[in-house]
Design a protein. Structure first.
Length: 183
């Protein structure tokens, strides 16, 4: 397989993926050594400098994304009057889960001070949050963010989330309060 055929094959796969694809997966599908895949991705990355899209590594894999400078145009096209944004309650709940995961629904409710059952269903339905086990002491279902969450935020991992400390009061005191609510 020539370089141009390999590049075209990778592009064809990346055009139809719903989530980022790893070099290993591409190597297995195309039956090529991983080194050739890495070289091809490098070639492809450089070839899109004059395009409205880019090849970006997110969440351990590769996928095409619109370039940031075109986001207002893309957003207008995608939304076109149809607002499908998350509510403030959903964003707050998602933030609690992202920073405290794995976390039970009761713990999220305690932190937010409101019942989050309906909001949790919305986040699970949208694929941003998923069940991540069971709390041994209470038997409560634990929730965590998904790889789709990372992808939508353009993060490689949860360690890329911004630090909360500058925005919060004394965190040790907050933890004491939260622990007392669940005792």
């Amino acid at each position: 397989m020539s370089n141009s055929e390999l590049d075209a094959s990778i592009e064809a796969i990346l055009m139809v993926v719903d989530e980022p694809v790893t070099e290993l997966t591409l190597a297995q599908i195309l039956e090529r050594p991983i080194g050739e895949i890495v070289d091809a991705i490098s070639r492809l990355e450089g070839s899109y400098s004059e395009r409205g899209f880019e090849l970006r590594q997110i969440n351990g894999g590769w996928r095409f994304y619109s370039k940031a400078e075109y986001s207002p145009i893309v957003e207008k096209f995608v939304l076109d009057g149809q607002q499908s944004r998350l509510t403030q309650a959903a964003l707050e709940t998602l933030a609690v889960i992202a920073y405290r995961q794995p976390v039970s629904r009761a713990r999220v409710s305690a932190i937010r001070g409101v019942n989050v059952e309906a909001v949790m269903k919305t986040l699970v339905t949208r694929g941003l949050v998923e069940e991540a086990g069971v709390e041994h002491e209470t038997g409560a279902i634990l929730y965590a963010t998904t790889s789709y969450f990372l992808e939508r935020l353009g993060l490689n991992s949860l360690t890329d989330l911004p630090a909360l400390a500058p925005y919060l009061p004394d965190l040790e005191r907050l933890d004491e309060i939260l622990d007392s609510l669940t005792d």
